[in-house]
Design a protein around this ligand. Structure first.
Ligand code: NDP
Length: 245
Protein backbone atom coordinates (compact mmCIF):
# COMPACT_ATOMS: atom_id res chain seq x y z
CA UNK A 1 0.00 0.00 0.00
CA UNK A 2 1.42 3.37 -0.96
CA UNK A 3 -0.06 6.53 0.46
CA UNK A 4 -0.81 8.15 -2.92
CA UNK A 5 -4.57 8.85 -3.03
CA UNK A 6 -5.06 7.28 0.41
CA UNK A 7 -7.25 9.12 2.88
CA UNK A 8 -6.72 9.13 6.66
CA UNK A 9 -9.05 10.43 9.39
CA UNK A 10 -7.21 11.31 12.60
CA UNK A 11 -9.63 12.02 15.45
CA UNK A 12 -8.63 14.73 17.92
CA UNK A 13 -5.79 16.00 15.78
CA UNK A 14 -6.02 19.73 16.47
CA UNK A 15 -3.37 19.37 19.19
CA UNK A 16 -0.93 16.99 20.88
CA UNK A 17 -0.22 13.48 19.60
CA UNK A 18 -3.02 13.67 17.02
CA UNK A 19 -1.54 16.80 15.43
CA UNK A 20 1.84 15.06 15.12
CA UNK A 21 0.14 12.01 13.57
CA UNK A 22 -1.75 14.19 11.06
CA UNK A 23 1.46 15.98 10.05
CA UNK A 24 3.39 12.73 9.71
CA UNK A 25 0.70 10.97 7.65
CA UNK A 26 0.42 14.04 5.39
CA UNK A 27 4.21 13.97 4.94
CA UNK A 28 3.91 10.28 4.02
CA UNK A 29 1.44 11.23 1.26
CA UNK A 30 -1.99 10.68 2.83
CA UNK A 31 -4.82 13.15 2.42
CA UNK A 32 -5.54 13.87 6.07
CA UNK A 33 -8.75 14.78 7.88
CA UNK A 34 -7.93 16.87 10.96
CA UNK A 35 -10.85 16.12 13.27
CA UNK A 36 -11.42 18.29 16.34
CA UNK A 37 -14.12 19.00 18.91
CA UNK A 38 -13.60 22.60 20.03
CA UNK A 39 -10.19 23.85 18.82
CA UNK A 40 -11.18 25.12 15.37
CA UNK A 41 -8.37 27.68 15.25
CA UNK A 42 -5.67 25.09 16.02
CA UNK A 43 -7.15 22.66 13.47
CA UNK A 44 -7.22 25.33 10.75
CA UNK A 45 -3.62 26.33 11.51
CA UNK A 46 -2.53 22.69 11.26
CA UNK A 47 -4.28 22.31 7.89
CA UNK A 48 -2.44 25.42 6.68
CA UNK A 49 0.92 24.08 7.90
CA UNK A 50 0.29 20.77 6.13
CA UNK A 51 -0.68 22.52 2.89
CA UNK A 52 2.32 24.87 3.06
CA UNK A 53 4.52 21.77 3.33
CA UNK A 54 2.94 20.40 0.14
CA UNK A 55 0.42 18.04 1.77
CA UNK A 56 -3.36 17.70 1.54
CA UNK A 57 -5.66 18.18 4.54
CA UNK A 58 -9.09 19.35 5.59
CA UNK A 59 -10.43 20.17 9.07
CA UNK A 60 -13.61 18.42 10.26
CA UNK A 61 -15.46 19.31 13.45
CA UNK A 62 -17.16 16.38 15.17
CA UNK A 63 -17.44 15.42 18.82
CA UNK A 64 -16.53 11.73 18.61
CA UNK A 65 -18.97 10.90 21.41
CA UNK A 66 -21.86 12.03 19.14
CA UNK A 67 -22.74 9.14 16.78
CA UNK A 68 -24.68 11.34 14.35
CA UNK A 69 -21.84 13.87 14.14
CA UNK A 70 -19.36 11.07 13.46
CA UNK A 71 -21.55 9.66 10.67
CA UNK A 72 -21.84 13.15 9.15
CA UNK A 73 -18.04 13.51 9.24
CA UNK A 74 -17.54 10.19 7.44
CA UNK A 75 -20.14 11.28 4.84
CA UNK A 76 -18.33 14.60 4.35
CA UNK A 77 -14.94 12.90 3.97
CA UNK A 78 -16.28 10.46 1.38
CA UNK A 79 -17.81 13.39 -0.50
CA UNK A 80 -14.56 15.39 -0.36
CA UNK A 81 -12.02 12.64 -1.08
CA UNK A 82 -14.04 9.75 -2.56
CA UNK A 83 -13.32 7.21 0.16
CA UNK A 84 -11.53 6.46 3.43
CA UNK A 85 -8.53 4.17 3.96
CA UNK A 86 -7.18 4.87 7.44
CA UNK A 87 -8.84 5.70 10.76
CA UNK A 88 -6.69 6.78 13.69
CA UNK A 89 -8.73 6.89 16.90
CA UNK A 90 -6.68 9.40 18.84
CA UNK A 91 -9.22 11.77 20.49
CA UNK A 92 -9.21 11.30 24.24
CA UNK A 93 -9.37 12.91 27.65
CA UNK A 94 -7.84 11.90 30.99
CA UNK A 95 -9.29 12.70 34.41
CA UNK A 96 -7.47 11.21 37.38
CA UNK A 97 -8.87 10.41 40.83
CA UNK A 98 -8.99 7.44 43.14
CA UNK A 99 -12.13 5.38 42.71
CA UNK A 100 -13.31 6.63 46.10
CA UNK A 101 -13.04 10.22 44.89
CA UNK A 102 -14.37 9.69 41.33
CA UNK A 103 -17.73 11.32 40.66
CA UNK A 104 -20.25 10.35 37.99
CA UNK A 105 -19.14 13.17 35.69
CA UNK A 106 -15.54 11.86 35.69
CA UNK A 107 -16.81 8.41 34.75
CA UNK A 108 -19.40 9.52 32.18
CA UNK A 109 -17.16 11.97 30.31
CA UNK A 110 -14.29 9.50 29.88
CA UNK A 111 -16.62 6.68 28.85
CA UNK A 112 -18.32 9.01 26.34
CA UNK A 113 -15.16 10.30 24.65
CA UNK A 114 -12.61 7.51 25.17
CA UNK A 115 -14.89 4.46 24.70
CA UNK A 116 -18.15 5.50 22.98
CA UNK A 117 -16.10 7.76 20.69
CA UNK A 118 -13.99 4.89 19.27
CA UNK A 119 -17.16 2.74 19.15
CA UNK A 120 -18.84 5.38 16.98
CA UNK A 121 -15.89 5.76 14.62
CA UNK A 122 -15.06 2.03 14.47
CA UNK A 123 -18.66 1.28 13.51
CA UNK A 124 -18.50 3.75 10.63
CA UNK A 125 -15.01 2.62 9.60
CA UNK A 126 -15.91 -1.08 9.64
CA UNK A 127 -18.76 -0.36 7.22
CA UNK A 128 -16.89 2.01 4.94
CA UNK A 129 -13.10 1.51 4.88
CA UNK A 130 -11.71 0.51 1.50
CA UNK A 131 -9.79 -2.74 0.99
CA UNK A 132 -6.21 -2.35 2.15
CA UNK A 133 -7.34 -0.07 4.98
CA UNK A 134 -5.79 0.40 8.41
CA UNK A 135 -7.33 1.19 11.79
CA UNK A 136 -5.10 2.37 14.62
CA UNK A 137 -6.53 2.98 18.09
CA UNK A 138 -4.68 4.97 20.74
CA UNK A 139 -4.65 3.01 23.97
CA UNK A 140 -2.26 3.71 26.84
CA UNK A 141 0.48 1.92 28.75
CA UNK A 142 -1.65 2.47 31.88
CA UNK A 143 -3.27 -0.75 30.64
CA UNK A 144 -0.57 -2.89 32.21
CA UNK A 145 0.81 -0.36 34.69
CA UNK A 146 -2.54 0.20 36.43
CA UNK A 147 -1.31 2.99 38.73
CA UNK A 148 -3.61 4.32 41.47
CA UNK A 149 -5.85 7.12 40.21
CA UNK A 150 -6.20 5.73 36.70
CA UNK A 151 -9.07 3.25 37.21
CA UNK A 152 -11.69 4.81 34.91
CA UNK A 153 -9.21 6.07 32.29
CA UNK A 154 -7.49 2.67 32.18
CA UNK A 155 -10.88 0.94 31.94
CA UNK A 156 -11.74 2.99 28.83
CA UNK A 157 -8.44 2.10 27.20
CA UNK A 158 -8.75 -1.59 28.13
CA UNK A 159 -12.18 -1.44 26.45
CA UNK A 160 -10.63 0.05 23.33
CA UNK A 161 -8.05 -2.75 23.24
CA UNK A 162 -10.86 -5.31 23.51
CA UNK A 163 -12.67 -3.76 20.53
CA UNK A 164 -9.41 -3.76 18.55
CA UNK A 165 -8.92 -7.50 19.00
CA UNK A 166 -12.54 -8.35 18.14
CA UNK A 167 -12.76 -6.02 15.12
CA UNK A 168 -9.51 -7.36 13.66
CA UNK A 169 -11.25 -10.75 13.48
CA UNK A 170 -14.60 -9.40 12.29
CA UNK A 171 -12.89 -7.76 9.29
CA UNK A 172 -11.57 -11.12 8.03
CA UNK A 173 -11.40 -11.11 4.23
CA UNK A 174 -11.51 -7.30 3.90
CA UNK A 175 -7.70 -6.78 3.92
CA UNK A 176 -8.02 -4.27 6.76
CA UNK A 177 -5.75 -4.35 9.84
CA UNK A 178 -6.79 -3.14 13.30
CA UNK A 179 -4.15 -2.38 15.94
CA UNK A 180 -3.52 -0.34 19.08
CA UNK A 181 -0.64 1.97 19.86
CA UNK A 182 -0.24 2.36 23.62
CA UNK A 183 1.97 5.34 24.55
CA UNK A 184 3.56 5.95 27.92
CA UNK A 185 3.92 9.46 29.38
CA UNK A 186 4.07 11.83 26.40
CA UNK A 187 4.69 15.58 26.49
CA UNK A 188 1.25 16.99 25.69
CA UNK A 189 -1.35 19.04 27.54
CA UNK A 190 -3.19 15.83 28.50
CA UNK A 191 -0.16 14.59 30.43
CA UNK A 192 1.45 17.84 31.59
CA UNK A 193 -1.54 19.96 32.69
CA UNK A 194 -1.94 20.13 36.44
CA UNK A 195 1.23 18.15 37.28
CA UNK A 196 3.95 19.87 39.36
CA UNK A 197 7.38 19.85 37.66
CA UNK A 198 8.82 17.39 40.20
CA UNK A 199 6.09 14.86 39.36
CA UNK A 200 6.72 15.35 35.61
CA UNK A 201 10.47 14.84 36.20
CA UNK A 202 9.87 11.69 38.23
CA UNK A 203 7.55 10.19 35.63
CA UNK A 204 9.99 11.11 32.85
CA UNK A 205 12.71 9.08 34.62
CA UNK A 206 10.55 5.96 35.02
CA UNK A 207 11.39 4.57 31.58
CA UNK A 208 14.91 3.19 31.08
CA UNK A 209 15.31 5.72 28.26
CA UNK A 210 14.80 8.42 30.96
CA UNK A 211 12.72 10.95 29.04
CA UNK A 212 9.12 11.70 28.18
CA UNK A 213 7.80 10.52 24.86
CA UNK A 214 7.31 13.24 22.26
CA UNK A 215 4.23 13.32 20.02
CA UNK A 216 6.51 12.57 17.05
CA UNK A 217 7.68 9.33 18.73
CA UNK A 218 4.08 8.11 18.75
CA UNK A 219 3.35 9.45 15.25
CA UNK A 220 6.25 7.36 13.89
CA UNK A 221 4.70 4.15 15.24
CA UNK A 222 1.26 5.05 13.88
CA UNK A 223 2.82 5.87 10.50
CA UNK A 224 4.52 2.47 10.41
CA UNK A 225 1.20 0.73 11.04
CA UNK A 226 -0.57 2.91 8.46
CA UNK A 227 2.10 2.40 5.82
CA UNK A 228 3.54 -0.52 3.83
CA UNK A 229 5.85 -1.72 6.64
CA UNK A 230 2.85 -2.39 8.90
CA UNK A 231 1.01 -4.68 6.50
CA UNK A 232 1.50 -7.93 8.44
CA UNK A 233 0.71 -6.57 11.92
CA UNK A 234 -2.93 -7.18 12.84
CA UNK A 235 -4.87 -7.40 16.09
CA UNK A 236 -1.88 -6.26 18.16
CA UNK A 237 -1.14 -3.66 20.82
CA UNK A 238 2.22 -1.94 20.33
CA UNK A 239 3.44 -0.18 23.46
CA UNK A 240 5.52 2.90 22.65
CA UNK A 241 6.84 4.08 25.99
CA UNK A 242 10.64 3.97 26.21
CA UNK A 243 10.48 0.70 28.12
CA UNK A 244 8.37 1.82 31.10
CA UNK A 245 6.54 -1.54 31.01
P1 NDP B 1 -4.33 16.30 24.15
O1 NDP B 1 -5.19 16.67 25.31
O2 NDP B 1 -3.04 16.98 23.93
O3 NDP B 1 -5.20 16.42 22.79
C1 NDP B 1 -6.45 15.81 22.75
C2 NDP B 1 -7.05 15.98 21.38
O4 NDP B 1 -8.32 15.27 21.39
C3 NDP B 1 -7.35 17.41 21.01
O5 NDP B 1 -7.06 17.59 19.64
C4 NDP B 1 -8.84 17.55 21.26
O6 NDP B 1 -9.46 18.45 20.38
C5 NDP B 1 -9.32 16.15 20.93
N1 NDP B 1 -10.61 15.82 21.54
C6 NDP B 1 -10.92 15.80 22.86
N2 NDP B 1 -12.21 15.47 23.03
C7 NDP B 1 -12.71 15.26 21.78
C8 NDP B 1 -13.98 14.87 21.29
N3 NDP B 1 -15.01 14.65 22.12
N4 NDP B 1 -14.16 14.74 19.95
C9 NDP B 1 -13.12 14.99 19.10
N5 NDP B 1 -11.90 15.35 19.51
C10 NDP B 1 -11.70 15.48 20.84
O7 NDP B 1 -4.11 14.71 24.29
P2 NDP B 1 -2.89 13.78 23.79
O8 NDP B 1 -2.43 14.21 22.47
O9 NDP B 1 -1.93 13.63 24.89
O10 NDP B 1 -3.65 12.36 23.68
C11 NDP B 1 -3.98 11.76 22.45
C12 NDP B 1 -4.36 10.31 22.73
O11 NDP B 1 -3.24 9.61 23.27
C13 NDP B 1 -5.50 10.14 23.74
O12 NDP B 1 -6.36 9.10 23.33
C14 NDP B 1 -4.77 9.76 25.02
O13 NDP B 1 -5.59 9.03 25.89
C15 NDP B 1 -3.62 8.95 24.46
N6 NDP B 1 -2.48 8.86 25.35
C16 NDP B 1 -1.78 9.97 25.74
C17 NDP B 1 -0.70 9.86 26.60
C18 NDP B 1 0.07 11.04 27.08
O14 NDP B 1 0.89 10.89 28.00
N7 NDP B 1 -0.10 12.23 26.51
C19 NDP B 1 -0.24 8.54 27.10
C20 NDP B 1 -1.04 7.45 26.62
C21 NDP B 1 -2.11 7.60 25.78
P3 NDP B 1 -10.20 19.81 20.87
O15 NDP B 1 -9.13 20.66 21.47
O16 NDP B 1 -10.78 20.34 19.64
O17 NDP B 1 -11.20 19.37 21.90
Amino acid sequence: MTAANKVAIVTGSSRGIGAAIAQRLAKDGFSVVVNFAGSAGAADELVQRIEQAGGRAIAAQADVSDAAAVARMFDAVEAAYGGIDVLVNNAGIMKLATLADSDDALFDSQIAINLKGPFNTLREASRRLRSGGRIINLSSSVVGMYQPGYAVYAATKAGVEAMTHVLAKELRGRDITVNDVAPGPTATALFLDGKPQDVVDRLAKLAPLERLGQPEDIAAVVAMLAGPDGAWINGQTLRANGGII
